[in-house]
Unconditional design. Structure first.
Length: 81
């Protein structure tokens, strides 16, 4: 297990896709911001052993919408480039 000491505003990167930012806190609480892909299931638990509260990812967009987005991005890249 890794133990880190962070000041407010400092962060750690976990791999390429996850960032944990320490945003402050008090004697008994800390405030963390977690930036991660929506596909990642993030569960929260209590130190007292309270049941985990999972984060459920949102439904993805349809294949048709994905195709349209790719086409829009491709056109924009051609227009700019």
């Amino acid at each position: 297990m890794l133990k880190l000491t962070l000041k407010p505003g400092e962060f750690i990167d976990i791999g390429e896709d996850i960032q944990v930012i320490f945003s402050g806190g008090s004697a008994n609480n800390i405030h963390l911001l977690v930036k991660a892909p929506r596909e990642l299931n993030i569960a929260r638990s209590n130190a007292a052993g309270v049941k985990k509260q999972p984060y459920y990812k949102e439904k993805g967009i349809s294949p048709q919408a994905q195709k349209e987005i790719r086409e829009i991005l491709k056109r924009e890249k051609q227009r700019i480039g």
